[in-house]
Ligand binder design. Structure first.
Ligand SMILES: [Zn+2]
Ligand SMILES: [Zn+2]
Ligand SMILES: [Zn+2]
Length: 177
């Protein structure tokens, strides 16, 4: 008998009596036969043709291991099919909770990875911008230095001309007298 909810036939939705079932159940309405462990979700009634570890719809694990004899049982079973040990009723909920937590942690990790990658890309971009600004600043500085040098040469040349002119005038004045 299901511990969590009333199961219905995955084929015709008639209620299914899980009393004294083996590894499979048979619907008394439509005569369909269903394998339990790994195929029928005891939580949401989803049926999987191929064996699955957990329900793809609600995340419930499809089988549970007996704490006493370690036999694998269908997750919806109340007692271990091998030793008769009562299966922990909360186990099923805890298991799916763990799976959800693991999924959540994985998602969180992926998010952190994304944020980090983005941060790295941003800081790289900032670095490149800084380098470019620095290069521009250096080029500007060099340009200014060059202009100053040209001005100095010009000034020097003019000063030279002025001095030579003054000397010429003085010489002219001296010899003229
Ligand atoms: Zn049926
Ligand atoms: Zn399910
Ligand atoms: Zn057992």
């Amino acid at each position: 008998m299901s511990i969590l909810r009333e199961l219905s036939c995955p084929n015709c939705l008639a209620p299914i009596d899980l009393k004294n079932h083996g590894s499979s159940i048979k619907c008394h309405s439509c005569q369909s036969q269903f394998i339990l462990e790994g195929h029928l979700c005891p939580e949401c009634n989803a049926y999987y043709k191929d064996e699955v570890a957990a329900c793809g719809r609600c995340g419930t694990a499809m089988s549970r291991t007996c704490a006493k004899c370690h036999t694998s049982n269908w997750a919806g079973d109340e007692y271990c099919k091998s030793c008769g040990q009562a299966m922990d009723l909360l186990d099923i909920a805890v298991q799916s909770h763990h799976e959800q937590m693991a999924l959540h942690t994985e998602l969180r990790r992926a998010q952190i990875r994304d944020i980090r990658a983005q941060g790295e890309a941003n800081s790289k971009k900032r670095m490149e911008e800084m380098m470019r600004a620095e290069k521009e600043r250096i080029a500007e500085y060099k340009e200014r230095q060059e202009q100053k040098r040209r001005r100095d040469i010009m000034l020097f040349f003019l000063m030279g001309c002025l001095i030579i002119g003054v000397i010429m005038i003085m010489l002219y004045a001296f010899f003229a007298i």
